[in-house]
Design a protein around this ligand. Structure first.
Ligand code: RTP
Ligand code: MG
Length: 157
């Protein structure tokens, strides 16, 4: 909370290349779950941009394949706002591996509904407040980071 009003948490969502043709359908689900889409852009990542975005995974066995996948077609990046948005969005997308998601959350998980396997899993979600801030800035460098004031401007006495 801030003196300016209620802080509504924000997170970064990506529709990944394997689900790019389902981006509108996925956005409809996002809105149905009470998120607000504050920002949206469609972009084809370069290998350099993707390596930077997923730098926490640099050196892992799946990294080269992840970069090839994520640069194979456009992604849709969105800033989502909602109370507890980071955890709420991670809950809605489900487990990383879409095959696991299909076992555990067959009807509700976006990764179960639109993904294929441990790599082609349809969507991304920031995993912490620090990641969310970094990832929002990555795609939307001009995005306002302060809480949005609600009500009349504060008066100083
Ligand atoms: P994301 O960052 O995309 O939201 O996914 P996540 O937190 O659930 O999973 P993370 O461990 O951060 O992995 C990032 C993405 O790398 C691909 N991946 N491939 N064993 C594999 O082949 C493997 N493991 C992960 C997935 O696309 C995963 O979402
Ligand atoms: Mg991750």
């Amino acid at each position: 909370f801030s003196k300016h009003g209620i802080f509504v948490e924000r997170t970064l969502a990506l529709v990944k290349p394997d689900a790019i043709n389902k981006a509108d359908e996925i956005e409809t689900i996002i809105l149905k779950h009470g998120f607000t889409v504050l920002e949206k852009r469609r972009i084809t990542l370069t290998a350099e941009q993707c390596s930077d975005f997923y730098s926490e995974h640099y050196g892992k066995k799946f990294f080269p394949s992840l970069v090839a996948f994520m640069t194979s077609a456009p992604v849709v990046a969105m800033v989502l706002a909602k109370e507890n948005a980071i955890q709420q969005w991670r809950d809605l997308i489900g487990p990383t591996n879409s095959n696991v998601a299909k076992e555990t959350h067959p009807d509700s998980s976006i990764r179960a509904l639109f993904g294929t396997n441990e790599q082609k899993n349809a969507v991304h979600g920031s995993d912490s407040a620090v990641s969310a801030e970094r990832e929002i800035r990555f795609f939307f460098p001009n995005c306002v980071v302060e809480p949005i004031p609600t009500g009349p401007p504060a008066t100083d006495y």
